[in-house]
Design a protein around this ligand. Sequence first.
Ligand code: CA2
Length: 144
Amino acid sequence: MKIFIINGPNMQLLGKREPDIYGSETLADLESRIGAIAEKRGFDVEFFQSNHEGDIVDKLGAADQNADAVIINPAAYTHTSVAIRDAIKAIAVPVVEVHLSNITEREEFRHTSLTAPVCMGQICGFGLMGYEMAFNALDKFLKK
Ligand code: CA2
């Protein structure tokens, strides 16, 4: 089962700034930790991070042909991007939205996700474990 894991803008700063909010692990740590868990569970994962909205739209489009599911943390684009929402809605494969922090307890502007309503579901507030929780959801959903 092929899963694209897409991380949005500024995720390359993880572990380098604001560890109180996002933890001390870097994007490379995230990719190796989640990659190891995925491998153990028999998922074939491909990681993609971009600071550019259009590149994320293109990767979502590619997922339709090349992946069975997507896990996405659209980062700040969660709260602003109609383009990413439309791209998620346009593909047939299931998409799970993940956030490291609990966006509902943060600033008001982070409470709205334009993307979550077109995803299978949203997981937030559990740090890196959220990506693992997304595997559980997809495992169950895809094997139904
Ligand atoms: O909690 C999450 O996973 C977020 O998607 C992270 C985004 C934020 O804009 C969302 O509201 C919630 C931020 C991505 C990482 O940006 C950093 C900025 C400074 C230092 C470290 C990371």
